[in-house]
Each structure stands twice: as structure tokens, then as C-alpha cells.
Write a protein that binds this ligand. Structure first.
Ligand SMILES: CC(C)(COP(=O)(O)OP(=O)(O)OC[C@H]1O[C@@H](n2cnc3c(N)ncnc32)[C@H](O)[C@@H]1OP(=O)(O)O)[C@@H](O)C(=O)NCCC(=O)NCCS
Length: 373
């Protein structure tokens, strides 16, 4: 096979039983539609489903959730290392560093057995949220807030970030976005994680690489850039002219377009609905109104649909979460998907090692350095 497909577009690079993304806009995790999961299940339940391949019983979810709650505290050495980071460190870079440091404190880090990887995945899931909140507070000169074992994953994150228990509805809206972000098949960061895992490296290393891939604005970083767009527009009345001018200047409107979804991103409908409800609760529909207009103009002018990042970004903004935490929040959910893929890869491994077509020079005659001037 010698055909080159830039960006591996259209290439089937492997098989998975974890998730399926359909171009017409359907997303399923382990056979279940993401809409049903986001609307009817808790984040922990969906994490269990994706990691273990089946919906948990009452006893199974209790044991899994108890394990998460009891593993949230970061080893003191990790907190110390976060405290030594520059206060202006980019939160995604800090999270990448935190995950790398967490590996050093995990006695099972080098154990690639199926069960050890599941245990590590749960520990990492529990601790990444703590690391995001702790690093943010340290960067602001604030005390780190201890996890609250009475709160679920989403509510506890908001509690650790702000130092007070969140409103129940707000925590539920965050939870819905975490379910939407949890898994998405062979996207760039997941593929990165699988490539790393295919060398029989370890789960932590694979997640560190995945975080680096997610940071890019063409991937997860879009949920920060999309918010910059919405804030730059500022008022619904300015939205149409802003989009037209951006397109005239051939600028990409972040939060639009997708390599696979061409008619709709299945997650948008759910994120749009919950963002709208949050806006109503806060009596502020300005951001939803901007988004609706941008969406209409992008469809009319470019036939491009919004992706989930365009609708989660305003949700986090309404929760007064700093924009630079948008992608770390994405990561602290997607770690579930990454871990499931690492486990699936290692359980049935074949090293990723594609070919390239060489287009450089050949037959050059080597000239020693002293003759090259
Ligand atoms: C996600 C993305 C990289 C997918 O790209 P892709 O499938 O490779 O599509 P291409 O980059 O080939 O773009 C196809 C066409 O759509 C246009 N396009 C794609 N996304 C666009 C956007 N967000 N704004 C404006 N135009 C866009 C391209 O300019 C190109 O137009 P042309 O054919 O007139 O040159 C791309 O849509 C993008 O950059 N989006 C913004 C970043 C983003 O939101 N990422 C999160 C994805 S979940």
C-alpha cells in the first residue's frame, strides 16, 4: 500500500470496542448512545462503563466510587512540585507535569497487567481533578482545598477549585459536560496514547503524551480558543459581522468543523441544552445568544457545524472558571477514554510503526567538514 493520506484522513488504524463516532452525528460509548448516558447516568457510572465494558451494578458502582473518593488526595511530593511551578505556568503544561510526577509516586506505574492498569486508571482519574484545582489555587497564592469525600467527582472538583460547595444544578451541568468529553475513539490524543502504549511503555507516559496532544488548538485546546472568540464578539448584535469579517480574512472560527462529523457533532445538542438552562438559571442568555448567531452564520457561509467545544466553553465561563482551565477540565474527563484505549491496546498489542514515502534528496556525495568552509 503506497497511497499517502495526510493526517491519516479516512484511514482505519485499528479496531476498538470502546466507542464509535459516526459522521452523521451519532456517538456511542460501549454500545450506549451518549445522549442517554449524559442525561441519565452519573459521570462515575459512565467512567465505569467505558473502563470495564459494562454498566455497573449498584454494588459495583459503590465500590468504584468509594475507590475514587479515597484516592483523590495527591501525594505531598506532587503538591510540593506543583507549588514550585512558575505562577504563570500554562495549566495544561502544569497538568502534564503533574501526571508525570504522579507516576513517580505510584508503585504500580511499571506494571502493565490488565488489572494493574485498571487500578492506575482509577487513581489517575481521581487525582487529575485534584491536580487541576490545586495547581490553579497555588498559582493564585491560595491554599490547596482538600477533597470532600461526600461530594461526587464533578461537585468535588468545583469545591476544590473554589473552596466552597457548589450549587447542585451547577455541579450537574459540569457533570454532563464531563460525560460528553469522556471518550471519542481514535482522535489525536487517544491515538497518541495508543501509539505510546503500543511500545509497551506505561499508562502514565501514554497519558502525558495524550495531554500534550490535547493541548493543541485544533484538538482540545479549541475549548479555550472558542471562548476567546465568544468573548471577543462580546454582544449578540456583533456576532454576524464578526464571523463574516473573520471568514473574509480566512481565519478559522475555533469551535467549528470536525474531521469526522460533517453534519452535526452529536454532543452539541446536549451541551447547548444544558448551557441554555444554566444561562436561564443565572438570568443571562447573552453567551447563548452569541453562540446561536455564530452557529447560524457559520452554517450559512461555510456549511460548517459547531463542535462540542463551542458549547462547553460558555458553560465553564458562566461558572466563572478561568478560560485556561477549559482544556484541563476536558483532560480530567478524557483520561477515562485514554486509559480504556491504553488497556485495550496493551491487551491485544501490535506496535504502531507505519511507513513514510521519502521525498528528500538521494545520492549526495559527503564532503568532510574541513572542506565545507
Ligand atoms: C477540526 C478541524 C482541524 C478539522 O479539520 P479538517 O477536517 O482537516 O478540515 P480542513 O482543515 O481540511 O478544512 C476544510 C475546509 O473547511 C474550512 N474550515 C474548517 N474548519 C474551519 C473553521 N473552524 N473555521 C473556518 N473554516 C474552517 C477550511 O478552511 C477548509 O476550507 P477550504 O476548503 O475552503 O480551504 C478544523 O475544522 C478546525 O481547524 N476547526 C477549528 C478548531 C476546532 O474547533 N477544533 C476542535 C475539534 S473537536
Amino acid at each position: 500500500m503506497s497511497e499517502v493520506r495526510p493526517g491519516l484522513e479516512g484511514v482505519v488504524a485499528g479496531e476498538t470496542a470502546i466507542c464509535s463516532v459516526r459522521p452523521e452525528g451519532e456517538l456511542i460509548y460501549r454500545g450506549y448512545n451518549v445522549h442517554d448516558l449524559a442525561e441519565q447516568a452519573g459521570f462515575e457510572e459512565v467512567a465505569y462503563l467505558v473502563l470495564f465494558g459494562k454498566l455497573p451494578t449498584g454494588a459495583e458502582i459503590k465500590a468504584f466510587d468509594d475507590g475514587l473518593r479515597s484516592n483523590r488526595t495527591l501525594p505531598p511530593g506532587v503538591i510540593e512540585s506543583l507549588d514550585r511551578l512558575p505562577s504563570d505556568a500554562v495549566p495544561m503544561d502544569a497538568l502534564r507535569t503533574a501526571v508525570s510526577t504522579l507516576a513517580l509516586y505510584d508503585p504500580e506505574a511499571g506494571d502493565n497487567s490488565h488489572d494493574a492498569n485498571l487500578r492506575k486508571a482509577a487513581r489517575l482519574l481521581a487525582r487529575m481533578a485534584t491536580a487541576v484545582a490545586a495547581q490553579h489555587r497555588l498559582s493564585q497564592g491560595l491554599e490547596v482545598v482538600a477533597p470532600d469525600p461526600e461530594l461526587n467527582h464533578a461537585a468535588n472538583f468545583l469545591h476544590m477549585l473554589r473552596g466552597r460547595r457548589p450549587d447542585e444544578f451547577e455541579a450537574r451541568v459540569l457533570e454532563v459536560t464531563l460525560v460528553l468529553y469522556l471518550e471519542h475513539e481514535f482522535n489525536a490524543s487517544t491515538f497518541t496514547a495508543r501509539v505510546i502504549a503500543s511500545t509497551l511503555s506505561d499508562l502514565y507516559g501514554a497519558v502525558v503524551g495524550a495531554i500534550a496532544a490535547l493541548k493543541g488548538p485544533l484538538h482540545g485546546g479549541a475549548n479555550e480558543k472558542a471562548m476567546d472568540v465568544i468573548l471577543e464578539i462580546g454582544e449578540p448584535a456583533r456576532a454576524e459581522a464578526w464571523v463574516e469579517e473573520s471568514l473574509r480574512q480566512k481565519r478559522r472560527v475555533m469551535g467549528f468543523g470536525h474531521r469526522i462529523y460533517k453534519t452535526a457533532d452529536s454532543r452539541v445538542e446536549v451541551a447547548r441544552k444544558w448551557g441554555g438552562l444554566l444561562g436561564k438559571q443565572l438570568d443571562d442568555t447573552r453567551l447563548s445568544d452569541i453562540c446561536t448567531t455564530v452557529e447560524e452564520v457559520m452554517r450559512r457561509e461555510k456549511n460548517l457545524c459547531p463542535n462540542v467545544d463551542f458549547y462547553t466553553a460558555p458553560i465553564y465561563h458562566m461558572m466563572k472558571i478561568p478560560v485556561s482551565l477549559n482544556t484541563p477540565i476536558f483532560a480530567m474527563s478524557r483520561v477515562v477514554g485514554w486509559s480504556a484505549h491504553v488497556i485495550e491496546q496493551i491487551d491485544n498489542n501490535r506496535l504502531f510503526r507505519p511507513n513514510s514515502r521519502y521525498v528528500g534528496a538521494t545520492g549526495l556525495e559527503f564532503e568532510p567538514l574541513d572542506r565545507r568552509g
